[in-house]
Design a protein around this ligand. Structure first.
Ligand code: PEP
Ligand code: MG
Length: 589
C-alpha cells in the first residue's frame, strides 16, 4: 500500500471515449451478489420461491422503468438499451428457465438464477464476434439487478453522487452509466468492458472521457486517490507526481483548445490546401448517434451497422420495426447519404436465438452476407425495410464480407426480388439506390476488377481486412502488437483496390477504424480514397488534418511509403513527415 502511495502507477486499458480528466476517484460497487447460497427446497416451498423470484423481477423492472423515465428527459441519453434490459427480464430463456429450474431441481431461486445465467452467459461468451461477446454483459447486468433484490443488497446509486469525481467501478451497466450526472461526473473507468460495449457507446454519447478493460483498477485505486484519465490514449495514472500532473493539465487544456478550434471549423467542408473536397462521414450503430454525426460536422453516414436492431432482443425484428429505425436516420440526415450495411452477424447469433448452428470458428464461418444468403427470408425483410426508407432520403446499401463475385449477384437478385414485391404491393419505396460492397476479405481485393462491374462503390473495412489478411484475430490481445493498418501488405491492398476503382470509374470509400486516425490520412489521400467514415468524435480532427494537406504532396509521399518493407519503417516515415501536424496541436510535451 505504502509503495502504492509513493509511486505513480500507469494502467493501460481500452479507450472508451476520448478526452482527459483529472480528479478524485470515487469507487462505486454493488455488494453481496457474488456469493450465493445453494440449498434444496421442499415441494411445498416451490410456490413461495417462485413468488420471491417474481417479486424481485417486478422490482427490477420498476427500477429500470424509473431510470428510463428519468433518462428520457435528456435527449442525449440512450434508453433503448435499458428498454432491452426490461424485455430481457421477461425473456423465456431467462425468466422461464429460472422458474423451471427451481421447480425441477428443487433449488433456491438465487442458485437457479446463478445457474441459468452462467449457462446463457457462456453461450454468448463463446461467440467470436466481440460485439456479441459483450452482450453477455447485458445478461449479467440484468441478473445482478434481480439478484440484488433477492438478497436485499444495495445497488450502486450513481444518481445520488454529489461530489465532482471520477467514477471507478469493476463494471458499469448501461443503466448505471445512463444515471451519470454530467455536472458531477468528470469521467469513468472500469475493470471490465471493451470498445464496443454499450457502456462505452453511452460514454461517447455523453462525451466524457472513459477508459475500460483496466482489469485491476478497483484493486489499485482507493476512494479519494487523485487519478488522471486519458480516454484518448486509454491510460489511467494513479497518484501522479507533480511533474505528470503539470504535463497532463497542459495536455488537457491543449486538447480542449484544439477540440474547440477544430469543432468550430468542423461544419466547414474538408478541402485540402490545393482544393480537393473529401466527404467525411460518421459510423453509427444506433439511430441516436446521428445527432453526434451532425454535431461533429459529418457529411453523411458512411456506415450504419444494423446489427443492434437484432442483438438487443431475442427474436428477429420485423420489417416495420427496421423501417422505423432506418427512416429515422434517413430523415434526420435530410439529403445527405446514409449507407445502410446489411446484417453483419456470424452464425452464432442464430445459435443464440434460433439455436441450430454451432461453428468452431465463427469468424471464418457463416457470417454477414453468407448468413443472409442462407436466410433469404431474414435478408429480404431487411432489404424491403431499406428500400422503403430510401423513399425518404439518400440511401445506399452495403453488403458485408463479400468474398466472391457470385455473392454479389445473388444479393442483388434478392434485392431486386424485394423491390418487385414492394412494387406489386403498391408500397412507397425507392429501388434506384447505390449498391456497394465491403472490401474486407483478401479475395475481394484480388477480384476487385470483376466485382467493380457489379456495384457502384467499394467501402474498405480495414478492421476485418487486417484480421483476414494478416491472420490476426482482431479481438486477441496476444497478437494485438501485429495489428496495424500501416503494414505494407495492407497499404498495397488498399492501393490495388483504389487503382481498380479509378480504372473502372466507381467510388472508393473507407469505413474501417484506419479512416478515423489522422496519422493515416496522408496515405489514404495519396492513394485516392474518395470518402472516409469514422466514429463521429473523430470527424473534426480528420477534417482538420485534410485541410492541412496537399494532395499532390501526399501522392508523392505514397510512392516513398510503397518502398518501405516493414510496418515500423512505414510508421517512422509517416511520423517524421506528418507527425508534427498532429502532435503539435494535441500532445506536444
Ligand atoms: C471493418 O471490418 O473494417 C468494418 C468497418 O466493419 P466491422 O468493424 O463492423 O466489422
Ligand atoms: Mg467488418
Amino acid at each position: 500500500m505504502s509503495e502504492k502511495i509513493a509511486n505513480e502507477i500507469i494502467l493501460k486499458g481500452i479507450s472508451g471515449s476520448p478526452g482527459i480528466c483529472i480528479g478524485k476517484a470515487y469507487l462505486v460497487d454493488s455488494e453481496g451478489v457474488d456469493v450465493v447460497e445453494r440449498y434444496h427446497i421442499k415441494k411445498n416451498q416451490i410456490q413461495s420461491e417462485e413468488n420471491r423470484f417474481k417479486a424481485a423481477v417486478k422490482k427490477a423492472r420498476n427500477e429500470l422503468k424509473a431510470i428510463i423515465e428519468d433518462s428520457a428527459k435528456d435527449s442525449r441519453r440512450n434508453t433503448d438499451i435499458l428498454e432491452a434490459h426490461r424485455v430481457l427480464l421477461k425473456d423465456k430463456m431467462l425468466y422461464g428457465k429460472i422458474l423451471e429450474t427451481v421447480k425441477k431441481e428443487r433449488i433456491n431461486t438465487e442458485w437457479a438464477l446463478k445457474k441459468v445465467v452462467t449457462d446463457v452467459k457462456s453461450m454468448f461468451k463463446n461467440m467470436s464476434d466481440s460485439y456479441l461477446k459483450e452482450r453477455a454483459a447485458d445478461i449479467v447486468h440484468v441478473s445482478d439487478r434481480v439478484m440484488r433484490h433477492l438478497v436485499g443488497a444495495k445497488s450502486k446509486n450513481i444518481a445520488a453522487i454529489d461530489k465532482r469525481v471520477i467514477l471507478v467501478a469493476h463494471d458499469l451497466s448501461p443503466a448505471e452509466t445512463s444515471q451519470i450526472q454530467l455536472e458531477r461526473i468528470m469521467g469513468f473507468i472500469t475493470d471490465l468492458g471493451g470498445a464496443t460495449s454499450h457502456t462505452s457507446i453511452i460514454a461517447r454519447t455523453l462525451d466524457i472521457p472513459a477508459v475500460l478493460g483496466l482489469d485491476k483498477a478497483t484493486e489499485l485505486i482507493d476512494n479519494g486517490d487523485i487519478i488522471i484519465v486519458d480516454g484518448s490514449a486509454g491510460l489511467v495514472i494513479i497518484h501522479p507526481d507533480e511533474q505528470t500532473l503539470v504535463q497532463f493539465y497542459e495536455r488537457k487544456s491543449r486538447y480542449e483548445e484544439y477540440q474547440a478550434a477544430i469543432t468550430r471549423k468542423s461544419h466547414l467542408p474538408a478541402v485540402t490546401a490545393d482544393g480537393l473536397r473529401l466527404q467525411v462521414m460518421g459510423n453509427i450503430e444506433l439511430p441516436e448517434e446521428v445527432v453526434s454525426v451532425l454535431d461533429h460536422g459529418g457529411d453523411g453516414i458512411g456506415l450504419y451497422r444494423t446489427e443492434y436492431q437484432y442483438l438487443n432482443r431475442f427474436n428477429f425484428p420485423n420489417e416495420f420495426e427496421l423501417f422505423d429505425k432506418y427512416k429515422e436516420v434517413v430523415e434526420v440526415m435530410a439529403q445527405r447519404p446514409v449507407t445502410i450495411r446489411t446484417l453483419d452477424i456470424n452464425g452464432d447469433i442464430a445459435v443464440a436465438y434460433a439455436s441450430d448452428i454451432d461453428e468452431p470458428n465463427p469468424a471464418l464461418g457463416l457470417r454477414a452476407i453468407r448468413y443472409c444468403l442462407q436466410r433469404p427470408d431474414i435478408f429480404k425483410t431487411q432489404l424491403r425495410a431499406i428500400l422503403r426508407a430510401a423513399a425518404f432520403g439518400n440511401v445506399r446499401v452495403l453488403f458485408p464480407m463479400i468474398s466472391g463475385y457470385d455473392e454479389i449477384l445473388t444479393a442483388k437478385r434478392i434485392l431486386n426480388e424485394a423491390a418487385d414485391s414492394l412494387a406489386s404491393e403498391g408500397a412507397v419505396f425507392n429501388r434506384d439506390i447505390e449498391i456497394g460492397i465491403m472490401i474486407e476479405v483478401p479475395s475481394a481485393v484480388f477480384m476487385a476488377d470483376v466485382m467493380a462491374e457489379a456495384v457502384d462503390f467499394f467501402s474498405i473495412g480495414t478492421n476485418d481486412l487486417i484480421q483476414y489478411s494478416l491472420a490476426i484475430d482482431r479481438g486477441n490481445k496476444q497478437v494485438a502488437y501485429l495489428y496495424n493498418p500501416l503494414h505494407p501488405a495492407v497499404i498495397r491492398m488498399i492501393k490495388h483496390t483504389t487503382d481498380v476503382t479509378k480504372d473502372k470509374g466507381i467510388k472508393i470509400f473507407m469505413c474501417g477504424q484506419m479512416a478515423g486516425d489522422p496519422i493515416n490520412i496522408p496515405i489514404l489521400l495519396g492513394l485516392g480514397i474518395d470518402e472516409l467514415s469514422m466514429n463521429p468524435l473523430s470527424i473534426p480532427t480528420v477534417k482538420s488534418m485534410i485541410r492541412s494537406l496537399n494532395v499532390e504532396d501526399t501522392r508523392l509521399f505514397v510512392k516513398d511509403v510503397l518502398k518501405q518493407n516493414t510496418t515500423a519503417e512505414v510508421m517512422k516515415l509517416v511520423q517524421s513527415t506528418f507527425g508534427s501536424l498532429i502532435s503539435d496541436k494535441i500532445y506536444t510535451e
